[in-house]
Design a protein around this ligand. Structure first.
Ligand code: 5AD
Ligand code: SF4
Length: 438
């Protein structure tokens, strides 16, 4: 979602004369978009701000020009005043629900007075209604935020505090944006939300629609070839969405459905509101509607109170589900969250060894999943050039990275058939089947 927000900020600033630069060395404006989900991400904000300070000082010495520095995103939301105190070279702090105000805030910056501008409001008019409706340079695969915030309040998570309460964009504004992205060359759209399958926006008939119905509507746009969505919550996988997986060819066979832990005790402490068995049943249902679907997930390792038995339950659940790929993180205390105040935190070395065990089994499952495709043909959306000459990178329906070579120079944005020859941990390689369409 930060990626999407960064793109929207770029769109927003282009009409004000700003162009994207690859480095910050000679930038008039530096916007640091930040993540607060784990402590490590927050540390990165401050180390990056240190680097930025050096760059802007060097630029000032060399050219006499002063750069404007803005910090956006969830660290800005949570630690606005602290950022200004710890990093006085920052001019603007803007939260994820108020970055539509960036142009005005930039206009107010006075290089001589060194005044500071903080805007971390949760506005009553949603930012989507205030953002200008212009989109630039997205390439074949585009993100589209349809839902933001979260009302689930998992005890470890900052999202309900930094992104705010759940909000679903109405269908019209989503379809309008999708059409603009497609006009700009997007062939694939990934619908985004912290709780994307909880999307319940106002439909064309003003009744409340669910994600399945929205995907149905999007699929009617002829030029759109593929639809994805992320991230989902197990309790919001409704029948309409399952039927969409069965019936809509454009909806890709991939589902990111985090459970976080395989232990019922831990799930309860996490306030996940479901058991491990309920999650397994949801996955069974999904696989009934779309047998070949790739399942992905997230795991938090070493949540407060996690015993060896709880950890084993996570390992058992992973073994049972068989993920195509999944993310795992050591539990990280987030200030202000209920779990931050729990007393029985797990020691670092136990967290490390449990994480290693979980990652080992997830890596093996990913390898096994990837290997299944060797000697088969996959439809691949070509996203960009690879690092080597003549190499392209694309994405399979199952969300795998696919590398192949071709002498054609204009394949980006097309969908090609690839005979898969080799499987690796994080990618597949193959040979393009030359057909008439290219
Ligand atoms: N510590 C570790 N991982 C976390 N996540 C969210 N909060 C925390 C935390 N405090 C992980 C969850 C979530 C993903 C986006 O980040 O697994 O699904
Ligand atoms: Fe955070 Fe997801 Fe739980 Fe919401 S459902 S509180 S975003 S982990």
């Amino acid at each position: 979602m930060n990626f999407y927000d960064s793109e929207r900020m770029t769109d927003l600033l282009k009409p004000h004369g700003y162009e994207l630069d690859n480095t910050a060395e000679d930038a008039d404006l530096i916007v640091l978009n930040t993540c607060h989900i784990r402590e490590k991400a927050v540390e990165k904000t401050y180390s990056e701000l240190g680097r930025i300070r050096k760059q802007i000082n060097l630029r000032k010495e060399k050219t006499g020009k002063k750069s404007i520095v803005a910090v956006a995103g969830c660290v800005a939301q949570a630690q606005g005043k602290e950022i200004m105190k710890r990093s006085p070279w920052v001019d603007i702090v803007v939260g994820p629900q108020s970055y539509q105000n960036l142009p005005e805030l930039i206009a107010k910056v006075d290089p001589i007075k060194k005044n500071k501008h903080i805007n971390i409001d949760f506005p009553t008019i949603p930012k989507f209604d205030q953002l200008e409706n212009q989109f630039f340079d997205r390439g074949p695969s585009a993100f589209l935020t349809i839902q933001e915030g979260c009302d689930k309040f998992c005890t470890f998570c900052v999202v309900p505090y930094t992104r705010g309460a759940e909000y679903s964009r109405p269908i019209k504004s989503i379809i309008d944006e999708a059409k603009k992205l497609i006009d700009g060359g997007a062939k694939e759209i990934t619908l985004l939300g912290q709780n994307v399958n909880a999307w319940n926006g106002s439909g064309y008939d003003k009744s409340v629609w669910g994600l399945g119905k929205l995907i149905n509507e999007l699929a009617k746009i002829k030029e759109l070839e593929s639809i994805r969505y992320t991230t989902s919550h197990p309790l919001d996988m409704d029948l309409e969405l399952l039927e969409a997986h069965r019936d809509i060819k454009k909806l890709m066979p991939y589902l990111h459905l985090p459970i976080q832990s395989g232990s019922n005790n831990i799930l309860k402490l996490m306030n996940r509101k479901h058991t491990a068995l309920e999650y397994i049943k949801v996955i069974e249902k999904v696989r009934y509607y779309k047998p070949e679907i790739a399942i992905s997930g997230d795991f938090i390792i070493g949540f407060p109170g996690e015993t060896n038995k709880d950890h084993q339950a996570t390992i058992d659940l992973i073994s049972e589900i068989k993920y195509s790929q999944a993310y795992s993180f050591k539990y990280s205390i987030r200030p202000g969250t209920p779990a931050g105040a729990f007393y029985d935190h797990v020691g670092e070395s136990i967290k490390n060894s449990r994480l290693q065990e979980v990652q080992e089994i997830l890596r093996a499952q990913q390898m096994e999943f990837n290997k299944k495709f060797v000697n088969s043909t996959l439809k691949v959306l070509v996203l960009r050039n690879g690092k080597k000459k003549g190499q392209y990178l694309g994405r399979s329906p199952y969300n795998q990275s696919i590398y192949f070579n071709s002498e054609h120079t204009d394949l980006i944005g097309s969908t090609v058939d690839i005979d898969i020859t080799d499987a690796f941990q994080n990618s597949l390689t193959g040979i393009i089947i030359q057909n008439k369409s290219i």
